[in-house]
Design a protein around this ligand. Structure first.
Ligand code: IMP
Ligand code: MG
Length: 183
């Protein structure tokens, strides 16, 4: 294993888990499915800040549909590795009434964040709401949510990189790293 495959962030050791090459392949496959499914629907892509910035931008570059792009803020984790279960959603004034909305998430863990986002934007009367996530940790789910597009399912571990942070650090890493104790 190369030395760069192991990194330390905030005193915690992480090991390379998904390379940027693998991520790029996953993103292309997701974009292809969305391009095919949503033809002619002029969707609004809703990028969830901050975690989805890398994924969202890379995905949207590969979307060939006529579409618009908006952002939304959601916070649940603070500085810990476990979700608090309390989620605050800040939606700027979103003009999505009657539109097909696609929420772009980095990772679905307990499901509380995405559920809170769906609840917040449903009040704005969209035609429909779809969800695309790069990563999914189904074994951690605490609430039932249907995810339309999943990039890859991962085990119950904490990951950083490619937009995902540990206490705000590690977002800039081009690859995704997982806690070292995970096989
Ligand atoms: P949930 O509410 O438990 O589903 O958590 C979702 C949010 O928590 C995601 O949008 C991420 O911002 C963050 N999150 C969940 N798992 C991880 C992880 O492994 N690394 C970094 N952030 C995570
Ligand atoms: Mg997030």
């Amino acid at each position: 294993m190369k030395k760069s495959d192991n990194i330390e962030i905030n005193g915690t050791n992480f090991r390379k888990f998904l390379t940027s090459r693998k991520i790029s392949k996953i993103v292309s496959e997701l974009a292809e499915r969305i391009n095919e499914d949503l033809q002619g629907l002029e969707p609004v892509f809703l990028l969830v800040l901050n975690g989805s910035i890398f994924f969202g931008v890379d995905l949207l570059r590969k979307i060939s549909l006529e579409c618009t792009i908006k952002t939304i803020s959601a916070k649940s984790y603070g500085n810990k590795m476990k979700s608090s279960g309390e989620v605050s959603v800040e939606s700027q004034k979103l003009d999505i009434a009657g539109k097909v909305v696609v929420i772009i998430e980095d990772i679905i863990d307990s499901g509380h964040t995405i559920k809170a986002i769906i609840a917040a934007i449903s009040k704005l009367k969209p035609d429909s709401v779809k969800i695309v996530t790069l990563l999914d940790k189904p074994s951690r789910r605490e609430v039932n949510v249907i995810i339309d597009y999943v990039g890859i399912e991962i085990p119950d571990t904490f990951v950083i990189g490619y937009g995902l942070d540990y206490a705000e650090k590690g977002r800039n890493l081009p690859d995704i790293y997982a806690l070292e104790d995970v096989k």
